[in-house]
Design a protein around this ligand. Structure first.
Ligand code: SF4
Length: 61
């Protein structure tokens, strides 16, 4: 599984980047970008990002 950010929906609040910086980074447009797969180690943090995103811009594929 891998988290995917809908860049059209993301408002660049930075919550996911602050919560799990090993998975989410800010791109040059000020929108979050997922750069790593979901693993046993980061699963809880990624899930927290998904549920915590204020505009529901993150899902997993
Ligand atoms: S938490 Fe949601 S809105 Fe905020 S930066 Fe991450 S994807 Fe974008």
């Amino acid at each position: 599984m891998r988290a995917v950010v809908d860049k059209d929906t993301c408002i660049g609040c930075g919550l996911c980047v602050a919560t799990e910086p090993a998975v989410f980074v800010m791109d040059d447009d000020g929108k979050a970008l997922s750069v790593a797969d979901t693993t046993d180690e980061n699963r809880d943090a990624v899930q927290s990002c998904i549920t915590g995103c204020p505009v529901n811009a993150i899902h997993e594929e």
